[in-house]
Design a protein around this ligand. Sequence first.
Ligand code: CUA
Length: 188
Amino acid sequence: MTDQAHEAHHKRVLATELLWAFGVGVFVAAMLSVVVFTALTRDINPPSNVERIDPKTLHLSGEFAEHNLGTTIEADGRVTARIIATQFMFVPRCIAVPSGRPVTLRIATPDVIHGLLITGTNVNTMVVPGFVAQVHTEFNRVKHGETLLMPCHEYCGLGHSEMWANVEVMPDDSFKPGPDGKVLCAQR
Ligand code: CUA
């Protein structure tokens, strides 16, 4: 090749590379703006919630003490389910939720990383020691009285495959708190 041909060739390569760099740049910018946009407008955030909790003492007092676990109707009417994920079970083993009403799930672990999903819903989160995992959801597309499976989906040790809970979706008229403000599963 002559020097001129060489130079022409280099220019073509440079033009192609700049074109690709531009295309990829536009794509990355579009992806980032979707992430930022949904985070700001639709409350879609990393489920770790960046809310700290001491894994060594969380079961002793405060929000995740035993008498606070399970489903509670708060004073302002919101429904919150508090769950501990521990090797190798969820406490409580059955979680009662209303159908067609917003529910907040709050989960913490005293030991290792767990994860959970609820079959047939968009609920899917990691549970990391030191943080409260929080998920807002509504059990809309689920039939009344249906029991959903909530397995641990993060390998957490030898008993991992035995770690799961039930989520009982109740129609509004049977979703009634007891004297302590707790709603329990009908099937226990
Ligand atoms: Cu807990 Cu796997």
